[in-house]
Ligand binder design. Sequence first.
Ligand SMILES: Cc1cc2nc3c(=O)[nH]c(=O)nc-3n(C[C@H](O)[C@H](O)[C@H](O)COP(=O)(O)OP(=O)(O)OC[C@H]3O[C@@H](n4cnc5c(N)ncnc54)[C@H](O)[C@@H]3O)c2cc1C
Length: 397
Amino acid sequence: MPLKSFDFGVIGAGIVGLAMANQVREMHPNATIAVFDKEDSIGRHASGRNSGVLHAGFYYSPDTLKAQLTRDGNQMLRDFCAQESIAVKTTGKVVVTQNESQIPALQELHRRGNANGVSTELISVEKLAEFEPLARTVQVALWSPNTAVANPLAVTKALAAKVVREGTVLKLGQKVTKATDQRISTDSENYTIGHVINTAGLYADKVAKQFGFCDDYAMLPFKGLYWYGNWAPGKLQRHVYPVPDVRNPFLGVHLTVTVEGRAKIGPTAIPIFSRESYSGFGGLSVKEILNIIGIYPKFLTSSHHDVLGLIKSELPKYLQHHLVNQAKALVPSIRSQDFKERGNPGIRAQLLDTKNKKLEMDFVVRGDENSTHLLNAVSPAWTSALAMAEHVCRKFN
Ligand SMILES: Cc1cc2nc3c(=O)[nH]c(=O)nc-3n(C[C@H](O)[C@H](O)[C@H](O)COP(=O)(O)OP(=O)(O)OC[C@H]3O[C@@H](n4cnc5c(N)ncnc54)[C@H](O)[C@@H]3O)c2cc1C
């Protein structure tokens, strides 16, 4: 007879939900734990559709969860991959400038790295040519030796296999339709749950609202498109990133090297009106579109972001040649005809703080003795997941 009652019920089997199940198991070896996911397989959303970059943790202001949990999560994810024999390529990363006016912002990233206990180095044009001969910078670049890459789907699947091996029940194809204190209902079953853990990614806000924990936030999805290059593996050796606009939670179009050594351009951060519309008309819901459009007046009148500028710069990136041309500023030898293979797009579960009209920059954790909610689990939550789970479980234990 299948169990209908669990000590812990996790909603969402992405990397964050699986990391939470893993951590709960470590702290409560005899607990009954179930992880519910509406999809039939693992990694159908952000955790299987991202760049796979193990970020180092130098971008974030030192007072944020992102700063601490990315630095620690990078090491924890490397350890996990080593235990599970999953390849991690320590490519390192160079952040390059496009003009002199970006140098102070680059220096700020270096300062943040120092403050966060993350190794970075300001390097000359000559040194950049040694690290990544294809990249171009003006006067100075930033070198991050601890940035790496792995296959995000392989890592997420391995974590799912580990938690199942250790006794967690994985309930795939079970959409949670209602969640309240001590109770989870799916399309077909009702469950009694000691403690509900909400890690529902693009729907985490909706789940949290059922518990009264997310009334000050609204979901604004942003789409990330990618294009693969036809270059021989290993031609590009390091991830190459621009200096980001630190007012936005996005890093700008960049080049990454996959764990197989392929070069990839992207992702974009195109504002969209649906949470799961990866291609064509798939995943579109009129109700959802109207709901997201309804949030835009608040976003458009934000004094914290240049929203029109963001929209104007992001929308043309739907065009392959425009997006690829952006990357030329980082690596001039890129040719549009060499980057014609579409990558799997991903969608960011970005929250807007509706009171302050500001895109939330940090991870948000809410909860009480009955439920825990991991909100705004945007980049770099794939890197940070294991450290985030440890932090959250300690906080709420
Ligand atoms: C384009 C892009 C690039 C990125 N690049 C990087 C990167 O290089 N490095 C990095 O560290 N981070 C990166 N990120 C961020 C990273 O992918 C996410 O932060 C991370 O995957 C979030 O994991 P999650 O478990 O919260 O969400 P998800 O992986 O989205 O998992 C949530 C799960 O909840 C399930 N779910 C939702 N609603 C319900 C429901 N009602 N009932 C049951 N199940 C439900 C979904 O099916 C889904 O499987 C990137 C993100 C994007 C979009």
